[in-house]
Design a binder for this molecule. Structure first.
Ligand SMILES: [Zn+2]
Length: 304
């Protein structure tokens, strides 16, 4: 396969991803807890400057490029544009490229090369589903940071994507390379109570949801809301056991470190709320991309 095809494919993925990131910016900035993420008020209408309300023209709507050309300022009133725009646009592009590159490396059989454009259809379906998963998780992170809520419709989308991903893996399980059903690779063997693919994903969903529900109940909904429980259910099914357990552990370690830092630095009192979903999202991403490496590092550290 000529290298140029691969570069063009990854370039196209970056552009698609940054366009999705651009859409995420709009959705997260216009979101209000009393209405749907996808309400007409949020998705309708041309993007406009937050200050002077001037509508953006078509050439100002290109992800990243526009921000650079405008040097981060509104063309008519000169007000600075939020730095969130280019950051999320870049992250969107990075997600699309990184997911493709990573899935390609897991399924390192000759025809599982996304960039060759000659793989079976379900390889691309898995790629598209996982890109959308991380795009939606990024939106969950942005909205929870600002509004302390995980919108229900995003959990539903994650649940549907989980059913698609697990469904495809189940249907083509005999064609999947060894250790490709868990992002912990060979470590999943001794952490898993079952070798059944479907069952491990049901267990992942069930244990994560019950664990979060108990926490929510124990804290009377203060520390953990019902939105977090549904997020755990959807992403637990998506990741399956034992991947989900590692994502939860990482989320609690990160949340604990961050919370302690805020308390010590006096930016937070015990009564303040800290959104949990962002740590959970980071935990899921770390398990997806580095799950095996994290466990390897852990076991090496303790000489196991
Ligand atoms: Zn303006």
């Amino acid at each position: 396969m000529p290298i140029t095809v691969e570069i063009i494919a990854y370039g196209a993925l970056f552009i698609i991803g940054s366009a999705l990131g651009s859409f995420l910016n709009v959705l997260s900035m216009r979101y209000a807890p009393e209405r749907s993420v996808f309400a007409e008020k949020s998705i309708g209408g041309r993007s406009h400057c937050m200050k002077c309300k001037k509508k953006l023209t078509w050439f100002e709507l290109f992800p990243l490029v526009s921000f650079a050309v405008l040097r981060g300022k509104c063309r008519s009133c000169g007000a600075p544009l939020s730095i969130q725009y280019p950051i999320i646009e870049f992250l969107g592009g990075l997600i699309a490229v990184a997911v493709a590159y990573y899935l390609n490396s897991i399924y390192s059989v000759p025809d599982f090369v996304f960039a060759s454009l000659a793989a079976p259809w379900w390889h691309y379906a898995l790629l598209g589903a996982w890109i959308l998963v991380f795009i939606i998780l990024l939106l969950v992170l942005l909205i929870d940071l600002k509004h302390y809520v995980v919108p229900n419709e995003l959990n539903v989308i994650l649940g549907v994507l989980g059913i698609i991903v697990v469904g495809i893996m189940w249907k083509y399980k005999n064609e999947l390379p060894l250790f490709s059903t868990s992002f912990l690779k060979q470590y999943s063997l001794f952490l898993a109570p079952t070798g059944n693919l479907l069952l491990s994903h049901v267990i992942g969903a069930f244990t994560a949801a019950v664990f979060f529900a108990l926490l929510s109940f124990a804290s009377r909904g203060q520390g953990m809301g019902f939105g977090d429980v549904k997020l755990a259910l959807a992403s637990g099914f998506l990741l399956g056991w034992p991947d989900m357990a590692l994502a939860v552990v990482i989320a609690f370690i990160l949340g604990g470190i961050f919370g302690a830092y805020l308390l010590i630095s006096g930016r937070l009192s015990m009564k303040d709320r800290v959104p949990f979903a962002p740590f959970f999202v980071i935990g899921i991403a770390l398990v997806f991309f580095f799950g095996e490496a994290i466990l390897k590092g852990y076991f090496t550290l303790f000489g196991l």
